[in-house]
Design a protein around this ligand. Sequence first.
Ligand code: SAM
Ligand code: DTB
Ligand code: SF4
Length: 341
Amino acid sequence: MTDTLRHDWSRDEVAALFALPFNDLLARAHAVHAAHHDPNAVQVSTLLSIKTGGCPEDCAYCPQAQRYQTGVQAEKLMSVEAVLEKARAARDAGASRFCMGAAWRAPKDRDIPRVAAIVRAVKALGLETCATLGMLKDDHARALKDAGLDYYNHNLDTAPEFYGEIIHTREYQDRLDTLEHVRDAGLKTCCGGIVGMGESRSQRAGLLQTLANLPEHPQSVPINLLVQVEGTPLAGTERLDPFEFVRTIAVARILMPASMVRLSAGREDMDEALQALCFFAGANSIFYGEKLLTTGNPDTERDRALFARLDLKPLQVTETSETVHADIVVSCKQAHAESAA
Ligand code: SAM
Ligand code: DTB
Ligand code: SF4
C-alpha cells in the first residue's frame, strides 16, 4: 500500500479491484481505511431539502423532477429562520454537518443572498455546512464561500458512458465544470454517485475511476444506492446485489484513501449486517435523521442502536459557538426581511 494519492487509475485497474475475491477486497479496503482514518469513527451529516420539487431537469432517478408524477409537492425556498430551527435540532441530535439541498437546475442570481444568509446562520451554530443547489457559476461559488460554506455537493452520478441513459437536460461536462468552479472558489467538494440504476460493473468502475482521477479527490464521496420512487423512470429497475454495493464502497475506499466515503441514500432498505460490512469496507460517513431530501432514512433510534452495537462513535469536527450565533441570527433576520421586501 502506498500513501500517495493517485489520479491516474485505468478502467482495467479499477475493474480488477472489483473482481478480487470478496474477502481479499474487503481486507485490502479495510487496511487502507485503518491507515488513513479511525475505523471506529463515523462522520454524521443531516440533510434538509430547503427548496423542494418542481425541478425542470429530467434525472431518471429523481422524485423532485417536475415531469414525473411522484407525489412530491413543489415548495418555495425556506426562510432562514425555518432552516435554522431544523439545523439546531440536527446539531442537538449529534450531527456535525448540515447539508442543504435545492431542486434547482442552477441557482438564479436572486437566490444567492438568501442561500448565503442561510449558510451564515447554520455555520454560526457550529455546524459544518454543505449545499447542493445544482450547477454553479464561479461567482456563485465565491459568494457561497464568502458566506462560510464548507462543502458543495455535486455528483457525477454515474460513468460518462452511462450518463446519457439517465439525464438528458445537462451534460457530463457541465458537472465537471461546476466541480471546477467549486474547487477554484476554495470550497471542499462532496462528489459521488448512484449505483443500482441498471449500470454494469464496468460502469460502476467508470464512476469511481472518474471520481479518483479528478484534479483533487473529493473530500467527501457519497455512494448512493438508488432509492426507487414510484413515478420515476427508474422505478422497477432490477435491484443491485447488496454485496456488489459493498464492493463499490471498498473500491471507493482504495481509490480515494483520504476521503470520507459516505454510505448515503438507500440505507433504509439495508439491514444492520449489510451496513456493518459497509463500515468495515471503508464507509465512514452517513446521513442521519429520518429523512433524506424527500425519501426516508433509518430513524435516529435505529442508528443510535447500530452505533452502540458496532462501538462506532460520531466524528466531531467543530465546536458550537452560541455567541457568534446570536449576532448572526440578527443579521439573518435582516437579510430575510430585505429579501421578502
Ligand atoms: N438539484 C441539485 C442537483 O441535482 O445537483 C441538488 C439536489 S439532487 C437531489 C442531489 C443528488 O441526490 C443527485 O445528484 C443524486 O445523486 C441524488 N439522488 C437524487 N434522487 C436520488 C434517488 N432516488 N436515489 C439515490 N440518490 C438520489
Ligand atoms: C447525495 O449524494 N445524496 C443525497 C445528497 N447528496 C444531497 C441526496 C439523496 C436523495 C435521495 C432521494 C430523496 O430523498 O429525494
Ligand atoms: Fe433536479 Fe437535482 Fe432532481 Fe436532477 S437530481 S431532477 S437536478 S433536483
